[in-house]
Design a protein around this ligand. Structure first.
Ligand code: ATP
Length: 322
């Protein structure tokens, strides 16, 4: 693989094609649409820049806010126009950014909204993979062929696959293909390789790296699967406690040593210990040996202990199950 100069985060503030985040805070509202009292924001005053060509691995514990963060960058959650700029434009307010394919987000599973039920269900229609792939207008045929072609290329898709009978991994390949058909400038990936086999995953990650090196595209990729990824990131971003730590790959010796998994393990452990320390002792411990008692208990939520009350029936059920 050709060695490219490492993208500089400091130069990114003015570079075209960069992601810029300035003093971004975010909290999910409660049922009344207002911030929930006593619950700290999920993201607290984040500021950083990514230059074109960056391949950034986004790490963090379950619930740290990675998906939320990527969705904000993808323009799926409203934040102020000043706090997030992708390619110099506010992604929520400037919908043309996603429509033209410059900003692409691939995450979750393909679903369709059932508006009357207020829920989503997986796609179940009987149509071929080509129906999804060919529905994107203005695609370069060579790029399309490279993405779907079997054996030596990226996703190894058979366009005749019927989408309601394919496996999870095959459905995921088609989903990824659709997201990559346009030559994106910024790509946000949320745990999309989880269903891919080892070969498919390696081919995809290599393709994505090349896209950044050859075209100056920028990718942020959130994942919990780290094996074989040491070659990939130019930056590591670690999200914990509402804060984002951004490290260039050259400052992370574990990458060169092929020990990404142990780095992540250490970071998660440090993070968890810090959170436990910050929470302090539990206000009231639930004691499963005190069978049948009605009382208070506490549970962990967003870096704090939240008090709860057990009804007598729930309490005894819980004890019986315990
Ligand atoms: N629509 C929502 N409304 C309210 N709270 C939400 C919503 N979506 C997510 N959350 C909460 O925000 C927090 C962060 O969720 P998020 O999915 O961003 O985390 P994550 O880092 O991607 O987790 P994981 O690694 O498990 O995918 C969680 O506590 C979650 O319950």
């Amino acid at each position: 693989m050709t060695q490219q100069p490492e993208p500089s985060t400091s130069a990114a503030a003015t570079a075209p094609g960069s992601i810029e985040v300035r003093h971004l805070s975010f909290a999910y509202p409660g049922l009344d649409g207002r911030p929930i009292p006593g619950i700290p924001p999920l993201l607290k005053n984040l500021s950083f820049s990514l230059a074109p060509g960056t391949t950034c691995l986004l790490l963090g514990a379950n619930g740290a806010g990675k998906t939320t963060f990527l969705k904000i960058l993808a323009g799926k959650h409203m934040v102020s126009e000043e706090s997030v700029r992708v390619l110099g434009r506010p992604p929520f307010h400037d919908t043309a950014l996603t429509v033209c394919g410059d900003l692409s987000y691939i995450g979750g599973n393909w679903q369709r909204d059932i508006a009357f039920a207020g829920t989503s269900v997986p796609l179940t229609g009987d149509f071929p993979a080509s129906y999804m792939i060919d529905s994107i207008p203005g695609v370069d045929p060579e790029r399309k062929a490279r993405l779907i072609k079997a054996r030596r290329d990226v996703l190894d898709i058979d366009p005749t696959w019927r989408m309601h009978t394919v496996s999870e991994g095959q459905r995921r390949r088609v989903q990824i293909c659709v997201g990559l058909l346009k030559p994106f400038k910024v790509l946000l990936l949320d745990e999309i390789t989880v269903d891919l086999d080892v070969l498919g995953r390696a081919d995809l990650m290599r393709f994505l790296k090349e896209e950044c090196e050859s075209r100056g595209a920028t990718i942020i990729y959130a994942t919990h699967i780290f094996d074989g990824l040491e070659f990939w990131p130019s930056h590591i971003a670690y999200l914990a406690n509402g804060q984002l730590r951004l490290l260039p790959a050259r400052d992370v010796p574990e990458l060169a040593q092929g020990r990404l998994l142990s780095l992540v393990h250490r970071m998660l452990l440090e993070d968890r210990n810090a959170q436990l320390k910050a929470r302090g002792p539990r206000p009231v411990e639930w004691d499963p040996t005190r069978e049948g008692e009605v009382g208070n208990f506490s549970y962990a939520f967003n870096n704090g202990w939240v008090p709860g009350t057990l009804s007598s029936s729930l309490s005894s059920n819980a004890v019986m199950r315990g």
